[in-house]
Design a protein around this ligand. Sequence first.
Ligand SMILES: [Ca+2]
Length: 184
Amino acid sequence: MMWRLVAVLLAFSGLACAQNVDPKPESGGCPAHWFNAESFVKGMGCILFDHTGSGLSWIDAAAACQNAHGGRLLKIASVQEREFLAIELAILEANGEYNPWWTGASDFAHEGVWTWPDLSVVGDFAWDSSSSTFPRNDTRYNAASTAASSSAGLRDDLYTGRKGYICQKESGQTGQSNSPGKRV
Ligand SMILES: [Ca+2]
């Protein structure tokens, strides 16, 4: 019930689905264009969904999060965060954003050992278990995307694939987004 209420609030607020919005002043500790997830799930901070053009490879997306946006690719730290993200992705899909999104999970350092950008280990709860077994732990698949169709569960994928991406930073952290892109 609580999450349904959150979804309704997000849908009507326009914060999660407005595209090419005008710059807004910082609110709730998040820069303009960033969504204040912290107000819904403590510790989740500020989130930016960016899907510019045909998308970016995982490596380019990681660089864009750091260099253009002053954050890093998303970490899904808990079941609660995954549930919240699933609602967000469903809203985006309802507004035409069907593509999967890069997260920060990768196993570049050690095949089969999945970690987030802060080097913490990816929890089992984060993986998509609905249609197949993920991660597939294949040397070809070294980065993980998420999507509404997997209820925000992770799927390991070709890192060269071009996708939208989700950046994250702590709320209250300063720093501007320098690339306008397409924010949702
Ligand atoms: Ca792999």
